[in-house]
Structure formats: structure tokens, C-alpha cells
Design a protein around this ligand. Sequence first.
Ligand SMILES: Cc1cc2nc3c(=O)[nH]c(=O)nc-3n(C[C@H](O)[C@H](O)[C@H](O)COP(=O)(O)OP(=O)(O)OC[C@H]3O[C@@H](n4cnc5c(N)ncnc54)[C@H](O)[C@@H]3O)c2cc1C
Length: 406
Amino acid sequence: MAQSRSDADRLFIAGAGIGGLTTALALSRRARPVTVFEQAATIEPVGSGLQLSPNAMHVLRGLGLEEALRRHAVAPRAVRVMSARTGNAIAEIPLGEHAEQRYGAPYLVIHRADLHSVLLNAARASAGITLRLGTRLRDASQNAGAVKVELEQAATDGGAAHVDHGSGAGLIGADGVWSTVRRRVMNLRQAVFSGRTAYRAVIPAEDVPQHWRDVTGLWLGANAHVVHYPVSGGRQFNLVALVSEDWREERWSAPADREALLARFADWPAACRDLLARPPSWLKWALCGMDPGTDWVDGRVALMGDAAHAMLPFAAQGAGMSIEDGEALARAIDRIPDVPRALRSYQAERQNRAEKVLRLARANDRVYHMRGPMALARDAVMRGLPAGRLLARLDWLYGWRPPAAG
Ligand SMILES: Cc1cc2nc3c(=O)[nH]c(=O)nc-3n(C[C@H](O)[C@H](O)[C@H](O)COP(=O)(O)OP(=O)(O)OC[C@H]3O[C@@H](n4cnc5c(N)ncnc54)[C@H](O)[C@@H]3O)c2cc1C
């Protein structure tokens, strides 16, 4: 890797996922040169749905991406909470216009591939961002003045991979739940399997009854819950069934046994079983989490997003927290010229909030999967609360906005 004058300032980001690209865009808007290494040689449209709550949308709006995102996303009217015991609605939590007015930004649901392509197109159009696909960060080291990275560049002709080195001002580990920066560079404990598995499918929206197409559905049952919502501008429908299952594999798209999944939900209400029976095939994904309290920063190296605080998706904030992290990182680096101090300031700003969300996701895991009298009590409490109050309990989460947005 050739060394130029600006390389002394250059920041490296490992991982062109949601958090890595957000960070790169936020840094490039502050005229900071950045190189992003992504191990995947091509960006495939993988994954399924993600929720983009107003806190994340404030950041993406600040990056000029709201219009592009709205073309792909849907703003669900409400979250309809359903009992898997009775098949009846327990509560309807207003989103749509209500959430937008309350928080000043929309609550959207979107296919991960659409969010990723909006970020990627913006990154490709930014002169300050160098994107190196097919380039895996293998290791890194640092001294008082610089960080050195060791990279593995996949050969385009199928030959042996090429090893390359580079030197810059800092390294951001945005390399996701199975982070190399976390494990190898910072020598921290990796995320652990949670004993929960998510089954995911995306089907044409026209295959789904009309009354489900403008809301997020949340079915609560013993040891399992189901979430569904429209994606791809309302043309597709995302289904996720989350179960207690101790299956472990480090990949996003393992094929799942459809019949075994349907058997597992055999005693659920017909309306939910009917939805689960629609997809001809399912993928599954073993869910991981991390314990709060570890450092995210070591000198010129920092973790962000899932690499810092991988969490169960039960607060629907994995993407949201990595987007918030990206904005905070860029702001700290812009404000504080000394990179190690800037990274410490980023951690001080972010850690409590991200770990509070991580704990919320764990609490939701217990509450969503309650059984017997506990489940009855939960349903009674939710039924008794005015719908607006259920949303207001999350004001601290959705009401966040970056300081620059005022
Ligand atoms: C392929 C994929 C599909 C997903 N599908 C869903 C989904 O359907 N629903 C959902 O809620 N969440 C999904 N997620 C997770 C969700 O995107 C993240 O939890 C969230 O966005 C946090 O983002 P992140 O930037 O921290 O990590 P991620 O978005 O996971 O990005 C990490 C990136 O780092 C790259 N990487 C990893 N190691 C290295 C390395 N050593 N060198 C260079 N690059 C590296 C990965 O290839 C990946 O692109 C998916 C993630 C991935 C990678």
C-alpha cells in the first residue's frame, strides 16, 4: 500500500456493513480520509428485514439518505401485539404519523439489502472514501503514532490470496458479531451463542392478508415469538420466528428445516400458522450476545456496532446502535485531534446507552417468552395501559438524536 502525506490522517475501518459504512460516510462529510476493508468480494443482497427507529433515522437524515431510504422502506402504522395463546390482539402501539411527530423522524422497516445498498451507493459516490472489497483484515498492531494493518486480498483469478500492509491514524472494528478486531487485535472475549435461533423468510406481500401489510405484527408465546412486517416499499413481507434452540453456527444464511419449524408452532393460532406456512423455504441464524462492561477502545483501535455490543435482536436495535455509534465516532474524531483521546471520548459517550439497550433486549427476551401465569399477567398489564404509554416507555431510546441535529 503506497504511503502518501494524507495517509498519516487516514482512518481504517474493518467491515463495510451497516455500521462501517455509516462511520465512513460521517467521517467523509467531515473531510477525513478513510479506507474501508470488506472481506466479501461482492456485496450480495443477503439478509432480511431490519427496523430503523427514529433515533437511527436522525443520523441517516443527517447523511442525506432519508429520501433514498424512504423509496425502499415502509412506515408501519402500528405494532400489533398478539397473544399466541388466544390468537387475540393484546395491544396496538401507534407508530406511523404518531411516531414521526413524537420523535421528529419516521419509524421505518426495510430490507437489510436495501439499507446496505443505499449506504454503499453513497460511499461509492464520496471522494474521501476508499472502499476495498475482497480485503480481509487479518491483524493489526500499533505504536504511539500509528496503527499498522495486515490485510488479505482475495485473488480475482482464483489464485493465492495476496497479503498487504498499511499504516494509518486509527482502526475502527466494524466487523460485526464475529469480529477479528475484537478477538485478535484487542484480545477480548468473543460474542457467545445465546441459545436462541431466528428463522427468517421474505415472501411477496400479495401472499399475505391485507390487514397485516401496514403493521408490524408481534406474536408472544411460550419460549417463542414471531415478528413480521412489510419491506421493499411494501412489495415484500418479512417473517421472523424466534425460538429457544441451542444451535450454533457462525453464518447468516443457513438453510432451515421448514417442516420442523411448522411442527414447533403446531399449537399456535391458525392466523399465525397460516403466515408461517406461506414461505416455501426458511433460513436460520444463531443469535449471539455479549456481556456489557468490556472496553471498546485500546489506544488507536476502537470497536463499534455488533463488534462492540452484539445484542439479541429483541429490541430491534442492532442496526440502530451501530448507526448511532458511527455518528458519535465521526463527531469525536472531528472534535478531538488526538485519535486515542477521540476514541475514548466516543466510548464514554456511547457505552452506557448501548449497554442499556443490550439489557432491554435481554429483558424483552424474558418478557416475550413468558409462559403460564406470568404470561397472563404480562398480557393484562399491556391490555390495561393506554396504547400511547407503551410507546412513551421507549422515549429514552427512540427520542435520541445526534447533538448536531439540535
Ligand atoms: C450478511 C449479513 C446479513 C444480515 N442479515 C440481517 C437480517 O436479516 N436482519 C437483521 O436484523 N440483521 C442482520 N444482520 C445483522 C445486522 O446487519 C447487524 O446486526 C447490524 O446492522 C449491526 O451492524 P454492524 O455494522 O455492526 O455489523 P454488520 O452489518 O454485521 O457488518 C459487519 C461487516 O464486517 C465484515 N467483516 C467481518 N470480518 C471482517 C474482516 N476481518 N475484515 C473485513 N471485513 C470483515 C462482514 O463481512 C460484514 O460486511 C446481517 C449481517 C450480515 C453481515
